[in-house]
Design a protein around this ligand. Structure first.
Ligand code: PEP
Ligand code: MN
Length: 375
């Protein structure tokens, strides 16, 4: 059960204290308080944990300061959608809106290498009207002898370049909680020229301590990638770990599943789960066509597989695209073979716009169809 308080009733107000005092008299009910910070208002939600069946919903709704009480299923209490829930999806971060209705493109380098490549990438992003990119500083690699990323040493100059080109959000994977502190420190040292979305990679989807750590902080949003060898339910529970610690700014990322059934793609493309995740949860859904496909192969129609699967995800309503580009893929230190070329960026964006327009048309079609059948 969730008690949603009226806007701007925070945990210092007498109404809040009265609700908690009421709950304190109920046996075996624990509470957890969440503040949902929106663009216009902050909403306080009290999650009740324990056997809530005996609680009187109408009585709680009459308490001062209470806007609504929602009975929720056990699954995905915070990130999930619940009947008659009516809670909004998404969040705003550093001036960029992330929700289940819009679409943001994060085109960038799989791994930070040299300033020239990072600058070329960021300039292209800016020149094409985008404000987000991806830049890997900490790379989880299969081999301990492979390039592990430049780590904290590259952060200051990467952030400064981001500021120079008006980049608002960089998606950057972290593999350890110390990386979060390093990112925070580098941002502070450089005067916060940009924002960072903390990426939890597929190898760390069930690193519960890391999930709790990014969940406890409220400064940075989190892109949680689906685990490549676990069920969707397990990955959604991983998102719930982050949210249950208090951070609700979560985007859920599909990046393909590890199985030979998907050959010759690097991973089995799972973008048919875009609408499923949107139905089960309130999280915006990201697709990563680069790590799903893993190559620059194209179909006989000339269209690259990366473009085809991107379109498939976007036409199904994806809200974010994380995609690898590189100015000189043969010099890339990680994942060069799957990188798109700089000159392909405008073509990629136009292709995405076609798929997005088709999705929007499909959405109005179902609305018209439903209205007609109701009347
Ligand atoms: C990445 O996006 O750089 C990455 C390593 O992705 P994943 O965790 O999906 O493999
Ligand atoms: Mn990669």
């Amino acid at each position: 059960m969730i008690i949603i308080l009226q806007p701007d009733i925070g945990d210092k107000s007498p109404e809040f204290r009265e609700v908690l005092a009421y709950l304190a008299n109920k046996r075996d009910i624990a509470t957890r308080v969440h503040h949902v910070v929106g663009a216009l208002r902050t909403v306080t939600e009290i999650y009740l944990i324990g056997d809530t069946h005996a609680l009187d919903q109408a009585e709680i709704e009459c308490l001062p300061g209470v806007e609504r009480v929602v009975r929720i299923s056990e699954d995905y209490r915070v990130v999930g959608r619940h009947r008659d829930d009516g809670r909004p999806t998404g969040f705003e971060y550093n001036g960029v809106r992330f929700d289940q209705d819009n679409l943001n493109v994060f085109a960038g380098l799989c791994a930070v290498d040299v300033p020239k490549h990072v600058e070329t990438m960021m300039k292209a992003v800016r020149d094409h009207g985008l404000a987000c990119t991806r830049m890997g500083a900490y790379k989880p690699r299969t081999s301990p002898y492979a390039f592990q990323g430049h780590g904290k040493n590259c952060l200051p100059w990467v952030f400064e370049l981001a500021g120079k080109y008006g980049i608002k959000v960089i998606s950057m994977e972290i593999t350890h909680d110390s990386h979060l502190h390093e990112i925070r420190e580098a941002l502070e040292k450089t005067g916060k020229p940009t924002g960072v979305m903390l990426q939890i990679g597929t190898r760390n989807t069930q690193n519960f301590e890391l999930l709790k750590c990014v969940g406890r902080q409220r400064e940075f949003p989190v892109l949680l990638k689906r685990g490549f060898g676990i069920t969707l339910e397990e990955s959604l529970n991983a998102a719930e770990y982050v949210a249950s610690e208090g951070n609700h700014m979560i985007v859920f990322g599909l990046r393909g599943m590890k199985t030979n059934m998907g050959d010759p793609h690097r991973n089995f493309v799972d973008f048919s789960h875009v609408p499923v995740v949107k139905r089960l949860t309130r999280m915006p859904v990201c697709i990563d066509p680069s790590h799903s496909v893993g190559s620059r192969e194209h179909a006989p129609d000339g269209v690259l597989d990366v473009f085809h699967v991107t379109a498939q995800g976007v036409i199904a309503g994806a809200n974010m695209i994380l995609v690898d580009f590189h100015p000189a893929p043969q010099q890339a230190l990680v994942d060069g073979p799957q990188a798109l070329l700089m000159e392909e960026l405008p073509y990629f964006l136009e292709d995405v716009a076609i798929a997005r327009a088709a999705y929007e048309k499909r959405r109005s079609l179902i609305q018209r169809f439903t209205r007609r059948n109701r009347s």
